[in-house]
Design a binder for this molecule. Sequence first.
Ligand code: ADP
Ligand code: MG
Length: 256
Amino acid sequence: MSAIGVERLSVTLDGSLIVDGVDLDVAEGEWVTVIGPNGAGKSTALRAIGGLLPAGGAIRWHGRPIGELNRRERARTVATVLQSPVIPPAIRVFDYVLLGRTPYIKPLGRESAGDLAAADEALTALDLMPFAMRRLDTLSGGERQRVFLARALAQGAGILLLDEPTSALDIGHQQEVLELVDRLRAERGLTVLATMHDLTTAGEYADRMVLLAGGRVVAAGTPAEVLTESNLAEHYRVRVRIIPGEHGPLVVAVRG
Ligand code: ADP
Ligand code: MG
């Protein structure tokens, strides 16, 4: 059974059709990355698949239509990291990460030792312990991005939806975070659906890729099938050279 099953997904925002008939399947434990030019509808599609936007078509998580799941069940199943999450004012890093445990805490109840341990573990995994007591709004963009991911990991969901999770990170932290996600995927059998900007990096970590343009899927397959000179020329209007790499195609833009 697929972890994520999407059929004829459509999203209309302010009267415009932004996502137009997208079909997408992500197997348990698989990593699929959505690429596409600015404005293609990647973030919108991801939010809809995460149940955060009203959408047409069918969305299933582990075979269940998401409409059948209540809020707590949803939060235990899927953790979403948005591009720019809203931060509660003056919140400390530790408390923000602990918010990921909300679906496990009884209404009006207090967090358990297990919840605190999950938050600790996520902070440690992302090298954030030195920041635990800092106010989140005093962190740099890259540090904050790691905190958002820590909260999602603390949530303990089997499906991670990541919208450009490394866009604010330097190249070292980028690799560190993606390696961590990949390791957790292997250790815990996580399923990952991400959007990414950097095409070479996207190809190195994904089992499969989907190229979105104008709200539609225009190419899908392995990184080598999707990252071709003609696909990128057509949909990004860029001349690229594709160089075979150890973990996937290396995409280099060249002057036209
Ligand atoms: P991507 O993540 O691929 O860059 P988005 O999903 O953020 O693209 O946006 C896709 C398109 O939808 C863009 O043209 C954007 O301007 C438009 N859009 C996003 N949010 C809204 C909204 N609330 N109302 C109208 N249009 C929107
Ligand atoms: Mg986006």
